[in-house]
Design a protein around this ligand. Structure first.
Ligand code: ZN
Length: 178
């Protein structure tokens, strides 16, 4: 199934997605479609809420550096950050749901993540660098949080008009609020 990307202004991007309890064929199909969408849009990660599905599922490239677009993908179901390193770093992030906008975001360098795979098996992994950043960005999406939320008040003010334009441009494609 071809998934429709949701854009800034769509209320679903502000919703907390629900835990997945059934590890069935429908879930595996969703993950496959999400990977295809991420690849098609040249993204490095995608959360289910970004395609209008309120489930705690993300796909991401296991990147070692920002140029590593050939990195293999991973699917995480019900991901949760268990621990964060005290070290942080700044990187200019973007988001498929907020086209054309980028901004510096400070995030922990390393994280410990617990997630389930498509069969429901639990895993705990320690990741750092670019991959850790992508995962934090995507897990934020599942909690209704966007990278622009981390920007300073001044930066947000500067982006206000451009964000409004994005919301208006895509308003016709968005599903009506439920
Ligand atoms: Zn995003």
């Amino acid at each position: 199934m071809r998934l429709q990307l949701r854009y800034y202004g769509d209320p679903i991007l502000r919703k907390r997605a629900s835990d997945v309890r059934e590890f069935d064929d429908a879930l595996r199909e969703l993950a496959e479609d999400m990977i295809a969408t991420m690849r098609r849009e040249a993204g490095v990660g995608l959360a289910a809420t970004q395609v209008g599905i309120e489930k705690r599922v993300l796909v991401a490239l296991q990147m070692e550096n920002p140029e590593d677009s050939e990195a293999p993908e991973i699917v995480m179901v019900n991901p949760e950050v268990l621990d964060r390193s005290p070290d942080t770093w700044i990187y200019e992030e973007g988001c498929l749901s907020i086209p054309g906008i980028r901004g510096d975001v400070t995030r922990p360098e390393g994280i410990r993540v617990r997630y389930q795979d498509l069969h429901g098996k639990s895993h705990v992994i320690d990741v750092d660098g670019m991959f850790a950043r992508v995962l934090q960005h995507e897990i934020d999406h599942l909690d209704g949080k966007l990278f622009i939320d981390y920007l300073s008040t001044g930066e947000k003010t500067l982006l206000k008009t451009r964000l409004k334009k994005i919301a208006e441009k895509y308003a016709s494609q968005q599903a009506p609020p439920r």
